[in-house]
Design a protein around this ligand. Structure first.
Ligand code: TRP
Length: 337
């Protein structure tokens, strides 16, 4: 059995763009692969504290984050393991060992670190070391596939390099994760679908946009979400065509409809191409989106904290067993045991 592993990062409420573009695809991957592979979904809470977080909020966010995946339909079979990084001490310990093989030069080259540190007088060491902790997250479980967004590819590449370097120096210890190309193939990359901002469809929908009507949040009342779709920016061309360049607003609506109703985009496009009544399209998309939110929110409300804690207890028992073994291998290899 191979291991597929990913970190469920999310420190705030999500938009339907995050839901449709990241969360649901992950749930689909789990549905597809968890019968004959381990599927580890963990909360990288040690990574979360590289920026200031209020303790209470972090706990609430962790719970909510896991509930989102459950409400989205994450399969819960014996191969799906949900755990919190900070509840598996081997992550911190392996991080230190890997720190002693990683170089300042390679961490200095990490794009995310450069972006986060840009223009700041002082940057905490956690931000700098973040990719090494992440490499440990992956190597502890001998994960082969690590479905993540493109912004994380560089970190996966680092995990591969550290694993190979360690193996060469101290003997075969870690499974080297698949190459970026293999990762992309495995994920069947969501053809770069990005839900756009409803008011400014040239931009990606973002949870940090101030304008309320630009984005639909997962906790928006369904009727409110429908209104936002009805007032979405379109164009004055007057004929529906999937054309991101000239008709980004209309194209965005077609994409949302395809994703929400789980219909191939091509089918949605052929249904609507040539139609002249934008209002009809908006009404259809508004109904689809509000229906989806209603269902999602109903499922979310049914998941109790106790249920999540029970899953975590089970997941963390499994994770500690697997991780402790691999950590011991690494400790032996470098001579600490
Ligand atoms: N860095 C990832 C992100 O920002 C989260 C993460 C932490 C992760 N550790 C990981 C993802 C290990 C995959 C594997 O999204």
């Amino acid at each position: 059995m191979k291991t597929i592993l990913t970190g469920l990062r999310s420190n705030s409420m999500l938009t339907i763009g995050n839901y449709l573009g990241a969360l649901l695809p992950m749930v689909r991957l789990a549905e597809k692969h968890s019968k004959d592979n381990h599927f580890n979904l963990f909360v990288p809470d040690l990574h979360s504290i590289i920026s200031d977080v209020d303790g209470g909020d972090l706990q609430a966010n962790i719970l909510r984050n896991i509930k989102f995946y459950l409400a989205a339909g994450l399969p819960l079979n014996e191969n799906v393991h949900i755990y919190r990084q900070s509840h598996v001490p081997a992550h911190s310990e392996l991080c230190w060992i890997l720190n002693c093989t990683a170089t300042m030069g390679e961490l200095n080259r990490m794009t995310q670190y450069k972006e986060k540190g840009e223009g700041k007088a002082s940057v905490n060491v956690g931000i700098f070391d973040y990719p090494v902790l992440m490499a440990g997250d992956i190597l502890l479980y001998s994960a082969t596939y690590i479905p993540v967004g493109e912004d994380q590819f560089q970190h996966i590449e680092l995990a591969r390099n550290l694993a190979e370097r360690f193996n060469n120096r101290f003997g075969e210890t870690f499974v080297v994760p698949a190459t970026t190309r293999e990762q992309v193939e495995f994920m069947g990359m969501s053809d770069g679908i990005r839900i756009r901002d409803l008011m400014n469809p040239e931009k990606k929908m973002s949870k940090s946009t101030a304008a309320e009507n630009s984005k639909i949040m997962l906790d928006d009342a369904p009727a409110k979400a429908a209104k936002k779709i009805m007032s979405a920016t379109t164009d004055s061309i007057g004929k529906i065509k999937f054309d991101m360049w000239n008709q980004p607003g209309i194209s965005n609506l077609l994409q949302i409809e395809a994703l929400v109703t789980d219909t191939p985009l091509q089918d949605v496009i052929s249904t609507w191409t040539g139609e002249t009544r934008y209002g009809e399209l908006k009404k259809k998309v508004a109904a689809s989106v509000s229906g989806m939110l209603e269902e999602f929110q109903a499922r979310l409300a049914e998941i109790s904290d106790a249920e999540v804690y029970e899953l975590l207890e089970k997941g963390e028992k499994y994770a500690n067993e697997v991780a402790a073994k691999k950590l011991l291998d690494a400790q032996r290899a470098v001579g600490l045991r």
